[in-house]
Design a protein around this ligand. Structure first.
Ligand SMILES: Cc1ncc(COP(=O)(O)O)c(C=O)c1O
Length: 466
């Protein structure tokens, strides 16, 4: 084939050359990750302006383009590195990148099972594994989404459709005080007005209070509202706290209301025995949001939802169209378009399937166990320092702490001193109006050495207060 006539049809030789250079870039990036700073230098406006340039009319060489990509990626938080202890980290597995590369390169249509049944089966195997992990019945269905926010949205639409299909204007939804913002966003996107999103108060240990939940449900019923969904958190973003899932499941069952659990952060800890015990009750949910890009170390853009009954998803999303009549497939496999808002989608499952098969589930379980151990160690160490106030032992791997007796600006300075090390990056939040720092241990590459270093940086920063 003539390169110049059909330049978009890359030759075999060129593909090999390109791939080699791209792989080299990635391998170097991953190999050097532990030594790179946890946060980046300020990014110059000139660099940003250069990146905003439109694509050229004429072809360019790959090398300078890869250089640009590398520099752009380096001007960022090292969110898959060992020092990333802010927010909830994600990703950095080469095997997942490989899965995605193959998925995009092979480019199979997986919106329906018909065009690529074996590819859908492969994705479905991962989804069934997730359903089984939460002891869901045979009627259950999993879905891969681009993240927890989309999973929460799909769950809320399914709940609203089941309970308030024709009465969305009267539908109410119940979320904890510390629920992730995506739950409130999901409700609003699903047509449940912000004024119908009830905030359930927390007990002093920051868990949703089932008594307040019951009270608000009763009040709303009496006022003629239609409770559509109760959403508990299995690992809040602020503090990693798990709501009392059994008790909330009881309230939801009594009230006959959809029980959703946002386990975007905490869900995959179910793979460990400690996580399984702490997440007891999660198996009673109607739907569970999971974020493989958090607690399964997958790349950003990998969310999941598990729903107890696939019928609820069908009721909410199934649409047929004349032009799709030839795409009917094997009925033992899901047509994803009938279960979610999307039709065309990438072969999303491969980035999960490949790492899970290549490394085996035990490797993931061991990583999660290690992070639970590290969080316990870090909590104990911080608790021994009289200058530092620490919240109770973490349910999972987020530790909240602050300088004892200091105000918000001192806490911000404390955080700035810690992050100035650039060996670690922590974040802060507000709880009850007070500023707290968060140490979130969930990066694949965070091991005992970096946590020990983080503790020493924190202690030095506590000693250096002005
Ligand atoms: C508890 C919780 N729920 C939902 C989300 C939203 O997930 P995503 O960012 O993947 O959309 C997050 C994190 O961002 C989270 O921590």
């Amino acid at each position: 084939m003539d390169d110049d006539t059909f330049p978009l049809e890359t030759t075999g030789e060129a593909m090999r050359g390109y791939a080699e250079r791209a792989v080299e870039l990635l391998v170097r990036h991953l190999d050097d990750m532990s030594e790179r700073p946890a946060s980046h230098d300020p990014v110059s406006q000139d660099f940003i302006a250069a990146l905003l340039a439109p694509p050229p009319e004429r072809a360019r060489e790959l090398e300078p383009l890869l250089n640009r990509v590398r520099r752009a990626a380096e001007a960022a938080y090292e969110s898959a590195g060992p020092g990333y202890l802010a927010y909830i980290p994600g990703g950095g597995m080469f095997s997942a990148a490989l899965g995605d590369f193959l998925a995009v390169g092979l480019n199979r249509y997986t919106g329906r099972a018909g065009p690529a049944p074996a590819c859908v089966a492969l994705e479905e195997s991962v989804l069934r594994w997730m359903c089984d992990l939460f002891d869901m019945p045979d009627s259950a269905q999993g879905l891969l989404t681009t993240g927890g926010s989309l999973a929460n949205l799909i769950a809320v639409v399914a709940a609203r459709t089941r309970h308030a299909e024709d009465r969305a204007d009267r539908a109410t939804i119940y979320v904890g005080e510390h629920a992730h913002g995506s739950m409130r966003k999901a409700a609003r996107t699903a047509g449940i007005a912000a004024t119908r999103v009830r905030r359930v108060s927390s007990s002093p240990d920051l868990r949703m209070d089932p008594h307040d939940l019951r009270r608000q449900l009763d009040e709303d019923r009496r006022a003629g509202f239609v409770p559509a969904c109760i959403s508990a958190a299995a690992g809040t973003t602020n503090t990693g706290t798990i709501d009392p899932l059994e008790e909330i499941a009881e309230v939801a069952a009594e009230a006959g209301v959809w029980f959703h659990i946002d386990a975007a952060y905490g869900g995959f800890f179910r793979l460990t025995s400690r996580g399984r015990a702490r997440l007891a009750g999660i198996e009673r949910a109607d739907s569970i949001t999971l974020d493989p890009h958090k607690s399964l170390f997958m790349p950003f853009g990998t969310g999941a939802l598990v729903v107890r009954s696939n019928i609820d998803l069908r009721r909410a999303f199934a649409e047929d169209a004349d032009y799709l009549q030839d795409l009917r497939g094997d009925s033992s496999l899901p047509d994803f378009d009938a279960l979610c808002p999307e039709l065309t989608r990438e072969w999303r499952g491969l980035r999960l399937w490949l790492p899970l098969h290549l490394h085996g589930v035990t490797a993931f379980r061991a990583q999660l166990d290690e992070k639970l151990d590290l969080a316990e160690t870090a909590h104990a160490a911080l608790s021994r320092d009289p200058r530092i106030e620490v919240m109770g032992p973490p349910d999972l791997t987020v530790i909240s702490f602050r300088l004892a007796g200091a105000g918000a600006s001192a806490q911000r300075d404390f955080l700035a001193r810690i992050n100035a090390s650039r060996r670690v990056l922590l974040s802060s939040t507000r709880l009850g109006g007070d500023t707290w720092l968060r140490l979130a241990i969930l990066s694949l590459r965070t091991h005992a050495d970096r946590v020990t270093e983080a503790l020493s940086i924190i202690r030095d920063a506590a000693g250096a207060q002005g």
